[in-house]
Design a binder for this molecule. Structure first.
Ligand code: OAD
Length: 253
């Protein structure tokens, strides 16, 4: 990572009134959670999204889809937030306004202490029924790890409250995310390949509205033309940024 760029971002973050952050699977990689598109370890390197993450896949084989999500829920429960998550939670106490938007469904930002997290793709720790979207009690879901239980109200099958391909994003979350992108003066894009819409457009919205955009990612291909790029894992880059901006020792995180 280029030290000059790091210093530049440190100055931007110190002087920002509203910092908005978009995170993706990469921020949870150092907590042991698989990303989607890593060519070797990514989930979509081993499974086809159309077999596991669409309404049609659930209609065809509800038990397979259910079981896959229940296993991912167990991995997320065992995972601990890493320094990247912890810096973002701490940042709430340092900048006048922080908006945290995530595509992740693992709850690790909340475990690290972030409040008001905008979950664009839902949560793997909530359940609803397939037909009518009635909330399903978590105990009912956990009692049936192999097959989706029936909704107590309408008998439709339970499903995770996540966004599948082909589904709309939750309107409130999307509106909050767009509002933050429009009003932020600094927009951080962390650990996302930026290929899934509409989340991928938020950085562009921010830029059009006059925000500086900073990309944090170990993959040099993630650099966006014209944006500031801090190359490296977020669990390393974010503590270094906190140190550069506020002098706090990296080991604090
Ligand atoms: P991806 O798997 O597409 O991208 C993960 C990004 O994280 C890549 O750019 C990696 O280079 C980067 N990365 C890996 N390790 C990292 C680390 N230690 N620190 C920082 N970055 C790191 O995941 P997303 O962009 O989150 O949607 O994927 C977006 C959506 O596609 C997901 O929410 C999911 C998926 O299909 C749905 O299921 C609807």
């Amino acid at each position: 990572m280029n030290d000059l760029e790091l210093q530049k971002v440190a100055k931007l973050i110190q002087s920002a009134n509203h910092v908005a952050v978009l995170t993706g699977a990469g921020i949870s990689a150092e907590s042991g959670m698989a990303t989607f598109r890593d060519p070797l370890t990514g989930m979509w390197a081993h499974f086809r999204p159309e077999d596991l993450a669409t309404p049609d896949a659930f209609r065809r084989n509800p038990a397979v889809v259910w079981n896959w999500y229940m296993q991912r829920r167990q991995s997320a429960i065992k995972a601990l937030p890493n320094p990247g998550h912890r810096v973002l939670a701490w940042l709430e106490t340092k900048v006048p306004r922080l908006s945290l938007i995530t595509q992740n469904v693992d709850n690790l930002h909340q475990s690290a202490g972030s409040s008001n997290v905008v979950e664009l793709h839902g949560s793997i720790h909530r359940f609803k029924c397939f037909e009518n979207h009635h909330a399903i009690p978590i105990e009912l879901a956990d009692a049936s790890p192999e097959e989706p239980p029936q909704c107590p109200s309408c008998k439709s099958l339970a499903r995770p409250d996540v966004v599948w391909f082909g589904e709309m994003l939750p309107e409130l979350a999307m509106n909050r995310a767009i509002g933050s992108a429009q009003t932020a003066d600094l927009f951080l894009v962390i650990g996302t390949s930026g290929v899934v819409q509409p989340a991928a457009s938020l950085g562009i919205t921010a830029k059009r509205n006059g925000s500086k955009v900073v990309v944090i990612n170990p993959d040099p291909n993630a650099a966006m033309a014209g944006e500031i790029f801090l190359q490296g894992p977020s669990g390393v880059v974010l503590p270094r940024l906190a140190e550069a901006a506020w002098g706090v020792d990296q080991s604090f995180f």
